[in-house]
Design a protein around this ligand. Structure first.
Ligand code: SF4
Length: 361
C-alpha cells in the first residue's frame, strides 16, 4: 500500500518516518511548484480558496506517482475546510483515480472515526506500546523541525552573510531526516541547533520584530507565502509565526488553555468562531501588540472568509495597540515582485516609526 499526505513545510519528514516505521511505502509529496498550481486550478472549482487548489494539485501529483491512500486533516467550524475531504475525494475519483481517502479529524469531533483511522494505520501485529513509541518519535521529529524553524526565524536577522543561516538550517533539517530513533532525533536536533548558532552574526544589530498571522496553510508552507519568513529575515527582521504544525495539533487536541488564551485576547474585537484561523489572526495580533512587536503581516488566501472577517477588524486592533498591520492576499496570481515591494514599503514604515519613537524617548 502506498500512502501519501499533503505537504506543509518540513512536516512531511515526520509523517514520512511515521508511515515508513509502520510498514507503509510512502509517496513523499513533492515540493510545491507551478505545476501543482496548474493541476489544482484545472481540477478545482474556480471559486475554491487557494489552499484547496494547491491540495488538489498535490493529490494529483502523488496519485500520478502511484499513491493509493491519501491521508489529510479535516476541519471543524464554519468554513469550507470541513468540506475539503469530501470534495477532494469526489473530484479526484471523477477524474478517474482509484484510491482510499482518509480524513483525520480531531478526536473530539468524532472519537469513533478517529479511533478507526488509528486502527487503519496500526499494523495488526504491532503491539500498542511499540505503536505509541513510533508515534512519540515522529512527534519528537515534528517538534524538533518546528523548533529549528523558530530558531532560524530569530537568527537570520543577525547573519553577516546573507543566506548562511538558511544553509545551516537545511543541513540541520537533513540531520533530523536521517535520524531513526527517538535518541537520534534528540541528538540531531542538538547538532542542528549548534550549527545554526555557529553562523557568524553581528549581535549588535537591533532588528525589527514582526509577527506572522493568517490562515494555517499559507502561514506554514513557504511556497504559498513566497517564503516570507526567509525574505523578511534576510531583510534584517526577526519573525515570529503564530502557528506551527505541532502548535496546531497541541492546541486542537490537548492544550485548549493555550488556544483559549488567544481567543480571550481576540474577544474584545471578535467573540464568535468565524472558521479557519480568523479569530486567531485577531487574537495573535493583539498579543503581538501587547508584546511590543513592531508590526504584523496577515497572510490571507484570496476569498478566505475567516481572514476577510479578521482583515475588517485588524485596523481597530492596529490603532488600539499602535501596531502596523500589512495584509497580503494570496492567490494563483500572487508574484514575488509584488510581495517584495509591499514588504519593503512596510519595513520602511516600521523603521521610520522606530526612528521617531527612538527620538522621542
Ligand atoms: S480557512 Fe480560508 S482558506 Fe482555509 S478553508 Fe477556510 S475559507 Fe478556505
Amino acid at each position: 500500500m502506498k500512502i501519501s499526505f499533503p505537504r506543509m513545510g518540513n512536516s512531511y519528514i515526520g509523517f514520512k518516518h511515521l508511515c515508513e516505521g509502520l510498514g507503509f511505502e510512502v509517496v513523499v509529496p513533492p515540493s510545491l511548484t507551478q505545476k501543482t498550481i496548474t493541476y489544482g486550478a484545472r481540477y478545482s472549482p474556480e471559486f475554491a480558496c487557494m489552499p484547496f487548489k494547491v491540495l488538489t494539485g498535490t493529490y494529483v501529483e502523488v496519485l500520478e506517482k502511484g499513491a493509493d491512500v491519501i491521508i489529510s486533516s479535516g476541519g471543524i467550524g464554519p468554513c469550507r475546510a470541513g468540506f475539503y475531504g469530501v470534495l477532494h475525494e469526489k473530484i479526484l475519483k471523477d477524474i478517474g483515480y482509484d484510491f482510499k481517502f482518509i480524513v483525520v479529524d480531531p478526536p473530539m469531533a468524532n472519537l469513533k472515526d478517529f479511533y478507526n483511522n488509528v486502527l487503519f494505520l496500526k499494523p495488526r501485529n504491532l503491539k500498542w506500546g511499540s505503536f505509541l513509541k513510533k508515534v512519540r518519535t515522529a512527534w519528537k521529529m515534528l517538534t524538533a523541525l518546528d523548533g529549528l524553524d523558530m530558531l532560524v526565524a530569530q537568527r537570520r536577522a543577525y547573519e553577516l552573510k546573507k543566506g548562511d543561516t538558511q544553509k545551516a538550517f537545511e543541513t540541520a533539517v537533513s540531520y533530523i531526516d536521517s535520524a531513526e530513533t527517538y535518541k537520534e532525533v534528540v541528538e540531531a536536533e542538538t547538532e542542528g541547533r549548534k550549527l545554526i548558532e555557529r553562523v557568524p552574526c553581528d549581535e549588535t544589530r537591533k532588528p525589527l520584530r514582526v509577527g506572522i498571522v493568517g490562515e494555517i496553510y499559507v502561514v506554514i508552507e513557504p511556497f504559498m507565502n513566497m517564503d516570507i519568513e526567509r525574505r523578511l529575515g534576510e531583510m534584517g527582521v526577526i519573525t515570529h509565526r503564530s502557528i506551527y504544525v505541532t502548535t496546531y495539533v497541541r492546541h486542537t487536541i490537548w492544550d485548549r488553555k493555550a488556544e483559549d488564551y488567544i481567543k480571550d485576547a481576540a474577544r474584545p474585537y471578535l467573540k464568535q468562531m468565524v472558521g479557519g484561523h480568523g479569530i486567531n489572526s485577531v487574537g495573535e495580533t493583539v498579543l503581538y501588540g501587547k508584546d511590543n512587536y513592531d508590526g504584523v503581516v496577515q497572510l490571507a488566501p484570496f476569498t478566505c472568509i475567516p481572514e476577510i472577517v479578521a482583515r475588517s477588524i485588524l485596523p481597530k486592533v492596529s490603532r488600539d495597540y499602535d501596531i502596523p498591520v500589512l495584509t497580503l492576499h494570496i492567490d494563483e496570481q500572487t508574484g514575488e515582485t509584488g510581495v517584495q515591494t509591499r514588504l519593503e514599503a512596510f519595513l520602511d514604515l516600521l523603521r521610520e516609526k522606530q526612528k521617531v519613537l527612538g527620538e522621542c524617548s
